[in-house]
Design a protein around this ligand. Sequence first.
Ligand code: PLP
Length: 393
Amino acid sequence: MDEAKDIFKKHQAQTFPFPSCIEIESAKGSYITDVNGKQYLDFVAGVSACTLGHSNPIINNAVKQQLDKYSHVMVYGEYVQSPQYKLAQLLADNLPENLSTTYFVNSGAEAIEGAMKLAKRATGRSEIISCKGSYHGSTQGALSIIGNEEYKAKYRPLLPNCNTIVYNNENSLKNITNQTAAVVIEPIQGGTGFVTPTNNFLQKVRERCSETGTYLIFDEIQTCYGRLGTLFGFEKYNVTPDILCIAKGMGGGMPIGAFISSWELMKLLTFEPKLGHITTFGGHPINCTASLATLEHLLSANTMKEVEQKAEIFRKYLKTPKIKEIRGEGLMISLEFESEELARKVVEESLECGLILFYFLFTKTAIRITPPLTISKKEIIKGCNIIKGILDA
Ligand code: PLP
């Protein structure tokens, strides 16, 4: 084994028994290059994070300029910093009135933590409801509401009073009552392989939450910043949450998250006790700059408008009976196979052929495709042909 991989395996905590161990030299656009000069077409984008591709000059230049001005200066919420307030303003300009105020954090899980606290504080209730099969993060609060027992069992006790509904099952909505502080839901369920809402399910969740005085929290950590062809997923489904959680793609490759709600609700974090939620690095100016550059680009360029068209190209070029189902929405695409073995074979052999695909957390028979939104049509066809070639061999 070469030295770098040896050190990586020995001194960096490992989470997966068989990491691919690609040793990265550089990444640009839709490609990652390893230290041996091999190029990989990236159909994963750092797991839905690199919205505008790798090393996008728009983001890089903005970040470099900000680095020369200032980087970290103070904990969140103390000083007025232009990358933060400009991003908060632009978000408010593009969100409904009840989502006018942003709290910046460092990750998706942290956004979920903040949102759960806010709902508990606002309602004086403690029950949080989420969906079976959902994923909301790995910290203990977020873990408490993920809908998969295997990932929780060894870490109990977790938060009390966390209960579930079943995604796309209307009958289960009766579990939401006037004891429920919040329902946390992904517009498209990620971990189970991009399961989309049917039968106006999200609207029905909204109605039940409004009936019971329960806050509706949308986990848009994976759908945010344009992945479905709209800035946020809730626009696609015509349902407005009370609290919006975003991360991943909002940073254009930099680590940032946020929970967003009304000014009145957010104000609750400022008294009894003051400093109701604090973070040292949340809203880091460099990461806000990257996020602002990403958002500004998406609002002015055609990238979001092209999402549907690109999704169609994927669907057209992946048409084969060897793929049981193509699920998802926009550039959040999942390929369902007959067996776990076939799914694994496609991921592993694609990598050998220079195409990066990835697995889902909770389903073993599907693989994910979440490329940069800037991927070209030619690159899409090239990658699809690699997948088809493997399936036909
Ligand atoms: N929620 C969803 C839907 C996610 O996909 C993820 C990450 O995969 C998270 C929350 C957690 O985000 P993070 O890994 O930034 O903590």
